[in-house]
Design a protein around this ligand. Structure first.
Ligand SMILES: Cc1cc2nc3c(=O)[nH]c(=O)nc-3n(C[C@H](O)[C@H](O)[C@H](O)COP(=O)(O)O)c2cc1C
Length: 242
């Protein structure tokens, strides 16, 4: 067996590691047999860990252009086979044929990878906060949230959601949110928020409490962020005209 140094292993998901020296996957201490195309696919995704890789780049990494003509379907099928072979991998696809191998999220132990993957594919921003930690910090954001506000998940996790309105606190809805959170009930409001670049976004925010099924105690808050900037601007324009 090839020499393995535990320090060189990259954790892909629970009990599943990538050995970059031998280009193999070790699952539960066994080498997982993959086809050579799957191995090449995994290698390029790991090289771009948490960053998007285009379908074309993946294709030409796996097949030479003289060997096969570019076809996004071949990449899609291979991705789907790899997902089936290693179900715990989080590979997201984005509009325009880009794929991202997401970081394994150790910090959200009670939410399964499967749920996280579904949330990651949602079109609206999704955030989860933990009200049992001081100042109710965000513990999860999906990809759509990062795209909308321009912050990576690392820049958001651990902060209270109020950083999105920053100094713009003269908003009646903020008091309504405070009250709803205290009373542990759903709320939908529209807030003025700002992207990392400082651009104004009208955010239709829905927050819902999530209770533990057994203890019935409040466990998380789920936030859904919808960009309603265009419609809000239209409403303001119409109001000015009347
Ligand atoms: C799950 C969740 C998501 C939130 N998302 C946002 C958000 O996108 N934008 C925002 O301005 N506030 C958001 N908030 C609201 C703030 O975190 C905070 O509750 C609000 O500013 C009122 O409290 P405060 O007066 O203590 O700041 C969110 C809250 C929760 C619980």
């Amino acid at each position: 067996m090839a020499f393995m140094n535990a320090k060189t292993l990259i954790k892909l998901c629970d009990k599943c590691y990538w050995n970059p020296l031998t280009q193999t996957v070790i699952e539960d201490n066994h080498i997982l047999v993959l086809t050579s195309s799957m191995t090449k696919l995994l290698a390029i995704l790991i090289d771009h860990y948490d960053k998007p890789v285009s379908s074309v780049d993946i294709f030409f990494h796996i097949w030479d252009d003289y060997e096969k003509e570019f076809n996004p379907k071949s990449v899609r099928n291979l991705i789907s086979n790899l997902r089936k072979r290693i179900p715990c991998l989080i590979i997201n696809n984005y509009y325009g044929g880009r794929y991202v191998l997401k970081k394994y999220r150790d910090n959200v132990p009670n939410i399964t990878d499967y749920v996280l993957e579904i949330l990651d594919q949602a079109k609206n921003g999704v955030t989860i906060s933990d009200p049992n930690l001081p100042d109710n910090p965000i513990i999860f954001v999906n990809e759509a949230f990062s795209e909308l506000f321009g912050y990576t998940s690392e820049e958001v996790i651990g902060r209270n959601g109020r950083f999105l309105h920053g100094e713009d606190r003269d908003q009646i809805s903020l008091k309504e949110i405070q009250k709803a959170l205290q009373e542990e009930r759903d709320i939908t409001v529209t807030l003025r928020n700002y992207t990392k670049e400082g651009e104004l976004i009208f955010n239709e925010l829905t927050i819902s409490p999530i209770f533990d099924k057994k203890t019935e105690k409040l466990k998380y808050f789920l936030g859904v962020q919808k960009n309603v900037t265009a419609i809000q601007k239209l409403i303001q324009q119409i109001k000015r005209m009347l």
